[in-house]
Ligand binder design. Structure first.
Ligand code: ADE
Length: 421
């Protein structure tokens, strides 16, 4: 069953009507200086509010006025000094853009530097063994991102390239690169005039237009992509990379979600239809359909002579190729946990229940309990590696889903039977 969660704004009929009324009511008040070239040219025949449920028909009017120039001027003054903004190298920009998907800027910075120190060129990435690559990505999650990067790097190197192509279609052909990433890399590295519409940019656009359409519908994103493409084409004097990064910056630092929006700092506040109508806390609307399957698991920290058991997950499926602690389906009692180890040929000295953990994947929720089990004889299993704490942190790529338990691996002083308590 799908749960429908309205994450922002309760878009009931009354509110939609309210938006519709004040939308048309404010239209003439908001008109800025007429600069046809940098205005969006759309002349909608359908109304934002009444077409909420049909994004194909939803054609929200853009505010009338220059968007690109005030935005670019503002960005030049306020832009943050981020590592990937100090380069025009498409490979480096690609790495940053892929890392920034689903991960915050502050979390990405360290990974970005480390990844590029280890793999400074496209060729290095293409030749990197999977285990090493996954270790470099460990903790960022969504590992298919880095697997696709390696696939793309191999393809490009096979085509005789030593960097990414300066062509929008060719960028789109790379595994893992969609309209957003191709737009971002193309504009930032090569000045190609394509928009880069991510969630933050979409929020800015739906707020500028005071649209009640569901922001999570692909058709809504496509609509704004087309509009922004015409906007970019209409202002050739504004650098497309500056434009794209400026609007990302606006979404990340000013046009924040929910009621946190900082309208007074916005370079487009005089144009914004949402601000004019006071709808900031209602927009954008995002209808989230959650459908996560619950999986209960028991995770084991098996300890023998200062080493802990880990094993490689299968090469396909969830978290493929990464390392995990031995685990089994269901929540075992302590007695069953000890039985489990003994059935695998282990001899248990002591078992201790660990705290519960939870991890959310897009479609699955792991609800975990754990046991730390000290054994005098190791359980057998071809796939088990017995690793030191140092190796588990430094050598094996263990995904964040197991962090609750990895953090509990004792250092030397805390180890069972070490003579200290
Ligand atoms: N988010 C994604 N790409 C970005 C960039 N280049 N600058 C700031 N935020 C971003």
């Amino acid at each position: 069953m799908n749960d429908i969660i309205m994450t922002t704004g309760e878009a009931d009929n009354k509110q939609r009507q309210k938006a519709g009324e004040s939308y048309s009511g404010n239209k003439t008040d908001i008109a800025g200086q007429e600069q046809k070239k940098t205005m969006l040219s759309h002349a909608p025949d359908a109304h934002n509010a009444t077409n909420k449920d049909d994004p194909e028909k939803m054609k929200p009017r853009m505010p009338e006025g220059d968007i690109a120039h005030p935005l670019a001027a503002w960005f030049e003054n306020v832009k943050r000094d981020l590592p990937w903004r100090r380069t025009k190298d498409a490979y480096r920009i690609w790495v940053s853009e892929i890392m920034l998907q689903q991960t915050t800027i502050s979390a990405v910075i360290g990974y970005y530097e480390r990844f590029l120190t280890a793999l400074p060129t496209l060729k290095d990435l293409a030749a990197c063994p999977d285990d090493r690559l996954l270790k470099l990505w460990e903790g960022l999650g969504y590992y298919s991102r880095v697997r696709n990067m390696k696939k793309a790097a191999i393809q490009l190197v096979e085509q005789g390239l030593d960097n990414l192509p300066a062509d929008h279609k060719a960028l789109l052909d790379m595994p893992g690169v969609g309209a957003y990433t191709a737009g971002a890399i193309g504009s930032l590295a090569f000045g190609l005039r394509y928009p880069a519409v991510d969630g933050n940019v979409l929020r800015v656009m739906t707020r500028l237009t005071a649209s009640y359409a569901d922001n999570l519908k692909p058709a809504v994103k496509s609509y704004y992509e087309k509009e922004m493409k015409s906007l970019l084409d209409g202002c050739p004097d504004v650098d497309s990379g500056v434009f794209n990064e400026a609007i990302m910056e606006l979404g990340e630092t000013v046009c924040l979600p929910h009621g946190e929006v900082l309208c007074e700092e916005c370079p487009l506040k005089h144009l914004c239809l949402t601000k004019a109508q006071g709808l900031q806390s209602e927009l954008p609307v995002r209808v989230i359909k959650t459908k996560r399957r619950i999986e209960k698991k028991t995770i084991f920290l098996w300890e023998h002579e200062g080493r802990f058991a880990v094993r490689k997950r299968p090469e396909t499926g969830l978290l493929s190729g990464l390392y995990e602690f031995p685990n089994t389906e269901g929540h075992l009692t302590e007695e069953a946990a000890v039985d489990f180890v003994e059935k695998m040929g282990g001899s248990v000295i002591a078992a201790e229940r660990l705290k519960a953990g939870k991890h959310l994947f897009s479609h699955i929720e792991w609800q975990m309990i754990g046991y730390r089990v000290h054994v005098s004889k190791r359980p057998t299993g071809e796939d088990l590696c017995w690793a030191t704490r140092e190796e588990i942190f430094g050598k094996y790529a263990v995904p964040g889903a197991f962090d609750t338990y990895r953090k509990l691996i004792p250092d030397d002083k805390q180890r069972i039977g070490s003579g200290t308590d």
